[in-house]
Design a protein around this ligand. Sequence first.
Ligand code: OXD
Ligand code: MN
Length: 646
Amino acid sequence: MAKHYERFNAMLADEEHVQFHEVHEIVVQKLGHIPIVKGDFAHLPNKVQRFVAAWVQECRPRAVYICDGSDEEAHEIIHKLEERGLLHKLRKYEECYICRTDPADVARVESKTFVTTEDKYDSVAHVREGVQGIMGQWMSPELMEVEMNNRFPGCMAGRCMYIIPFSMGPIGSPLSKIGVQLTDSNYVLLCMRIMTRVSPKVWEVLGDNEFVRCVHSMGCPRPVQRKVINHWPCNPEKILIAHFPEIREICSYGSGYGGNSLLGKKCFALRIAMNIARDEGWLAEHMLIMGITEEKTGRETFIAAAFPSACGKTNLAMLNPTIPGFKVRVVGDDIAWMRFDENGELYGINPEAGFFGVAPGTNMKTNPNAMLTCLKNSIFTNVGETADGGFYWEGLEDEVDKNIAITTWLGENWRIGQPGKAAHPNARFTCPAGQCPIIHPKWEDPKGVPISAIIFGGRRPVGVPLVYEAFSWEHGVTVGACVKSEATAAAEHVGKQIMHDPMAMRPFMGYNFGKYLGHWLSLNKAPHKVPKIFHVNWFRLNEKGQFLWPGFGDNIRVLDWVIRRVHEEESIAVKSPIGWLPKKGSINMDGLGPVDWNELFSLPKHYWEDDIRESRRFLEDQANGDVPPAIWKELDELEKRVKEGL
Ligand code: OXD
Ligand code: MN
């Protein structure tokens, strides 16, 4: 068995044989003479002490700093980073900071992201011979051990190791989970404070229970071997993001950016959490949660929606309705943890505490609520800066002085209208969710909110209608399994190819994709009341390449239809071979310019025939033999309906 597992097992074995009072002695010995510059190590839960001690031995930091998540702590770190030049205050706003990364460290790195389990097929599905699997990557424990040994020993030399206790979900909620992240990046600490709940209360709640072990290093021990650019240490050539679901551990090396380093987010709340969710019978999904209240009746409906990156998920979650009569409030914009309660109702929480939104394209028209959320206590990464101390990115052309001097994310002087871009396409704002003007009052309710509908969507320029409803849970899961979208700037892919992104989880799969579909299907059992499932496409183009649907705030018109379907309005839907479509005229189009209903909802037969063939092929290629029979049955039936009915 690989050393990584052995070390973990040794840590557990210790536990069985060693008395409580002895543990502390042992661990302190293991820490050697590494000073603890903040916090009381002796007060950490035993399991955490062991975890820290093992990694201190491995990474050999110069000091250990136990974080408490307080504002004083944040100010201390901000001050340090300002002195170093990594952060710079945006004087136009309150407590907002800008930072530029090494231009080689700007996005999630899927090609370096792995899941390691003893059995390969626990991590990934069986792919067809000769096919490159894209639903997650497995690395054997043996090889992973070699890769880790190549990176982690001594990787924090000359740096401080920060110990971050955090809760995903409200601290103490039965739906929440606890993590402890060790990192040598204090920028990561600042972002973790925004994106998760960092607090010493976590230690109390944790007690002797299990937690997700997160280890992160920028891979730049001192003295540095590699030139540090923009005061942003990283090691892009050696990036490795390793997940060990069996021992609930994440080890990330070489990148300081976003999902690569804020391990609570994609690594924990999706890849590891989906393993926990499978074992415990719930769902950890790449979904927003929003509540929509119809003002006339006061009825509120909560929706969870999954979209691949770059489909405007954050904009939808904070939608500003263009028609009267609706109040939208956001619970979460990226990740949903959902569980059926004892009465069979599905409840969801947002495990995160902040928004890590794509900045370019966000403005007062597309997402005023996000703009208002990030005017204080926020961090901006890889955006441009205006001469008067404000942020700038593509999309803000109409909101800043056209003549103002701008420094681009690459540090160049630039002005609006000149060639080139001010911000990197994956530039981000990191801001506290609680500051959002339309945050839902129940966003931190420990029970979560009741989810009545699940929506899947993608960027589909042709063939796919604005909205349709699946006939059943099984059909809906199949629709989710066949989600596709144009590629994104959030990952390292280039170009605009249409990629399969089942359930919008392709980059975040933490176990065998076929078994994951099986898990979804298994939830349709008594007493569970499974929600209706829909598919939307805001991005269909006409022959001239123009959008057929205005999108953004007008998407409320589609959500209105969805809500009415959830509440069993039968007369507004017509049966089509692919699912229930809105009956002509049943979507409120008041005040919209001309909308070509027929084109928006047309179902070109050849397109659908090809699409089904291609989806079938994708599933065969990617999860040969692991795809549950119910999915094949749904595809067969869909194919038959399309053949006969279109
Ligand atoms: C993200 C994503 O949220 O890529 O960053 O999905
Ligand atoms: Mn996302």
